[in-house]
Every structure is written in C-alpha cells, then in structure tokens.
Design a protein around this ligand. Structure first.
Ligand code: ADP
Length: 174
C-alpha cells in the first residue's frame, strides 16, 4: 500500500492546499495530511482548529486522513509508514527552501522521497498569509478558501477584535 504524507502549517487550509490534496490523493492509496503543531510563529488557529477545518473540507475524499504532528517531518513519515512526502511548489521562490528540506529529509530517512506538485495556475499567488491579511482588512476571501474556512476566519477575527475591545473597556474603566 502506498502511503504519502502532505505536511504543512495549514493556518488555515486554502484552495491552493486543497488542489494539491485532491491531486495527490489520486496518486497514492492513502494520503495523511500532517498539521505541524510546533510552529516558530504564533498561528492564527490552534492545531486542533486547523485539523478540524481540514477534516471538514476533505470529508468527501475517502483515502485522506488528518493528523497533527510535532518535531521532524521524517519522524512523522516513519510513524505513519509513508514513503513519500508531498509538497506544493508555487514559484521559484519556494524552490531553494524546498530543495534543501527535501535533500535533508532524504538523508535523514533514505527510504523516502519528496514529490513536488506544481501549483495550478489559478492558485499560484495564494498563501495562508495572504488570505489572513486580506480577511483582516475585511475584503472578500471567498475565492481563496472553502466556505467553511471563510466562516472560521471571519469569526476568529471577530473574536479577536471583540477581545481587544473588551480589554480597552476594562482599561478605560480603571
Ligand atoms: P509550511 O509552513 O510548511 O510552508 P504551508 O501550510 O504554508 O506550510 O504549506 C504546506 C505546503 O503546501 C507547502 O508545500 C506549500 O508550498 C504548499 N502550498 C501552499 N500554498 C499553495 C498553493 N497556493 N499552491 C500549491 N501549493 C501550495
């Protein structure tokens, strides 16, 4: 049975990720999406929220499962029995970094290979960071993420804005 992992932050999953997920899930018997929980940056969504969003948007894909992981991607690959790691390439700017990681991973776990999928043209510009920035300033992100993710982003920003408003009120009262 061929098992591949697709590791990433997915903060949150975008239509670009989903495109890679759909295409790569056809190439392997099983695709395990690995959601990295030990990011250097503080993510907008907790790892549990990111896993839940991915579960929602991949529920029609029967050979796709979602797991969170910490630490090295090669250890995650070993744990799930994967021999392939899938990564998406958007632009030449992704290439240097991805090549370095792929070569390192190949040395760390010689039985595995990284497979790169070129992004579909319509998603070449798309990143989780862009989506968050656009959403933060109130613009429409419906072309960039699935509807269920759009709702989660909007309510997350609403929560955060409410919290800071609440904080300001407390400060004002003191
Ligand atoms: P990471 O923090 O590991 O880069 P991301 O969630 O940003 O995690 O991305 C996970 C993978 O998906 C990476 O291989 C990235 O290049 C790829 N990816 C992200 N956005 C797109 C997109 N729009 N089209 C194709 N691949 C993408």
């Amino acid at each position: 049975m061929s098992i591949a992992i697709y590791p990433g932050s997915f903060d949150p999953v975008t239509n670009g990720h989903l495109d890679i997920i759909k295409r790569s899930s056809k190439m392997f018997d099983k695709l395990v999406i690995g959601v990295l929980s030990n990011n250097a940056k503080t993510p907008l969504f907790s790892v549990k929220e990111r896993v839940n969003m991915l579960e929602e948007v991949t529920k029609s894909l029967s050979n796709v499962e979602i797991q969170m992981f910490e630490g090295l991607t090669v250890d995650f690959a070993r744990n799930v029995g994967a021999t392939v790691m899938v990564r998406g390439l958007r632009a030449i700017s992704d290439f240097d970094y991805e090549l370095q990681i792929a070569q390192t991973n190949h040395i760390l776990l010689p039985g595995t290979d990284t497979v790169f999928l070129a992004t579909s043209l319509e998603y070449a510009f798309l990143s989780s960071t862009t989506v968050k920035e656009v959403a933060y300033y109130g613009a429409d992100i419906s072309k960039f993420v699935p509807a269920s993710v759009e709702e989660k982003i909007m309510s997350k920003f609403q929560d955060l804005k409410n919290k800071s408003t609440a904080k300001e009120r407390v400060t004002d009262e003191q």
